[in-house]
Design a protein around this ligand. Structure first.
Ligand code: GLU
Length: 507
């Protein structure tokens, strides 16, 4: 029974299990799925694989849908939010949620039993444990020993009728070779002698992942299966199932594992946050996260990874067959750099829009008194100035305001030692502060612009910049490191600058 459908269009799917918040690896899979589907004029299907109800987490599907629309990677078929925020399904191959497809699986399991490709197994968990212990001792692979294949049809029926607990297993043919022609990994072959008689129906009547995934991928006309490398060992089981049903086998592409920072172990929660939402919460921007994720296992070549690509541009240059085999390290330093580059490229208004929530949250936690008596527009103006000044150094939006306490504190601590540049004397330092005071006091409010202050103070500094700019910086910020004193003066405003210079002169 070959698939007689002549429609050979590209159809890919993402098939997450709703067991928690969307993982960064899932975002990579769906991004590759999306790029591959779109560049081939195909469709992306979302299917919720919820047959293991014990692992299901409330709100996981909602989180998934929210993250997909945040990423701009909306599937063409499957569950989605309607306008009222309710989950609905669209597409002609549904239902797209496995728990709503139980009858379909039951029918297919029955077909395999009828054709002798599957059998009932009544072995208890204790018996299977004992069997495994013996196998381990004998250094044999843990495989079901097929005890229940000895039962006659009548015995099986009698035990089922008596309500005895049972599962259904696939009968893996022995002595054959299964070949996976993987787009990423090339030709991988497995001997069926190492493939266990996998359970395809659990004792609760639910199908296992292996059965459901094959049935659904076939019925939903999936042409290409992109998924993490951790699923490669399952693929021979799937291919055997396709053969048993007489179905055409889709194309497989197993994407490289995501590794922790040591480059050896698989990425785990111990390596820090791994959900997409966590990254967003830490102040990484959508475009930066998506670019970072795109490069986990692929790059456009030609050293072009310095740029930030839009999804449309990636669609042009992405090549599934160029995806790497070796594991991809989730390198947060690199993510920080991509994010910093992206933050730098934003206009001030864009930066304000994406950053103001982070900024406000930090400010109200760290400096609750700041701008208390200001009007909204005053606060917005100064916030924008600070953002502009911090823009070039910022790696994450969540770092806003953390490194520049002097913009927010009313009284800053300045030690007199800090004011002095190199071997300059106290008198020389006081002289500089007086000169700066006189100069800045003469600037009227209109002329208090970033450019003017830059010009004025650089001119005043002359050749010996350190002698002038260092004490000024120290007086305004109380720190050795800060944005330039011109920029600090611009942000602080004339009144505050004069006050700080006067305070420093009295030191
Ligand atoms: N439900 C599986 C998962 O959670 C899907 C694996 C596959 O793509 O076949 O990742």
């Amino acid at each position: 029974m070959k698939n007689t459908d002549t429609d050979k269009s590209v159809r890919v799917r993402m098939a997450p299990s709703p067991t928690g918040m969307m993982h960064i690896g899932t975002l990579r899979t769906v991004l590759y799925d999306y790029l591959f589907a779109k560049q081939n004029g195909g469709s992306l299907v979302l299917r919720v694989e919820d047959t293991d109800q014990s692992r299901e987490v409330d709100g996981a599907v909602e989180n998934l849908l929210t993250m997909l629309s945040w990423a701009g990677l909306e599937p063409d078929e499957g569950p989605r939010f309607d306008e009222g925020g309710k989950i609905v399904e669209i597409g002609t191959y549904g239902p797209y949620t496995q728990s709503q497809r139980l009858d379909i699986y039951r029918d297919h399991i029955q077909k395999l039993i009828d054709s002798d490709h599957a059998y009932y197994c009544f072995c208890s968990a204790e018996r299977l444990d004992e069997m495994r212990t013996v196998q381990q001792k004998m250094k044999q692979p843990p495989m079901y020993d097929r005890t229940c294949t000895q039962l006659t049809g009548a015995e099986v029926q009698a035990r089922i009728s008596a309500g005895e607990k049972h599962v259904v297993r696939m009968r893996v043919p022995r002595g054959r070779e299964v070949v996976v022609d993987d787009v990423v990994r090339g030709r991988v072959s497995f001997s069926t002698d190492t493939v266990d008689d996998q359970v395809i129906m659990k004792s609760d009547g639910f199908p296992t992942y292996h059965l459901a995934v094959v049935v659904d991928d076939h019925l939903m006309r999936i042409s290409h299966i992109l998924r993490g490398e951790e699923w490669l060992p399952s693929t021979p089981k799937h291919i055997i199932l396709y053969d048993m049903f007489g179905w055409e086998i889709p194309v497989f592409a197993h994407l490289p594992l995501l590794l922790g920072p040591d480059g050896k172990k698989k990425l785990s929660k111990r390596d820090g946050d791994v959900s997409v939402e966590d990254f967003i919460r830490q102040g990484y921007l959508r475009e930066a996260i998506i670019n970072f994720v795109a490069f986990l296992g692929w790059n456009p070549g030609g050293g072009q990874t310095q740029e930030i690509y839009s999804i449309g541009e990636m669609q042009e240059i992405f090549r599934l067959e160029k995806v790497h085999k070796s594991g991809a390290i989730l390198d947060r330093v690199k993510l920080g750099k991509i994010n910093a580059r992206y933050i730098k490229s934003l206009s001030l208004d864009e930066l304000y829009d994406v950053g103001v929530e982070f900024f406000d949250a930090n400010v109200s936690e760290l400096y609750p008194e700041w701008s208390k008596d200001w009007t909204d527009s005053q606060r917005q103006e100064v916030t924008k100035r600070i953002m502009l000044i911090e823009q070039d150094r910022l790696e994450r939006l969540s770092d806003f305001a953390k490194e520049t306490p002097f913009f927010f504190q009313e009284n800053i601590d300045v030690s007199s030692g800090l004011l002095q540049w190199k071997d300059n004397s106290r008198e020389q330092t006081q002289e500089v502060l007086k000169r700066a005071h006189a100069l800045l006091a003469s600037v009227d409010d209109e002329s208090w612009t970033r450019a003017n202050l830059q010009e004025l103070l650089m001119q005043a500094a002359g050749e010996d910049r350190g002698s002038f700019l260092w004490p000024l910086r120290a007086a305004l910020t109380g720190q050795k490191k800060s944005p330039s004193p011109m920029d600090c003066a611009w942000v602080l405003g004339k009144e505050e600058v004069i006050k700080r210079l006067e305070n420093a002169s009295n030191l």
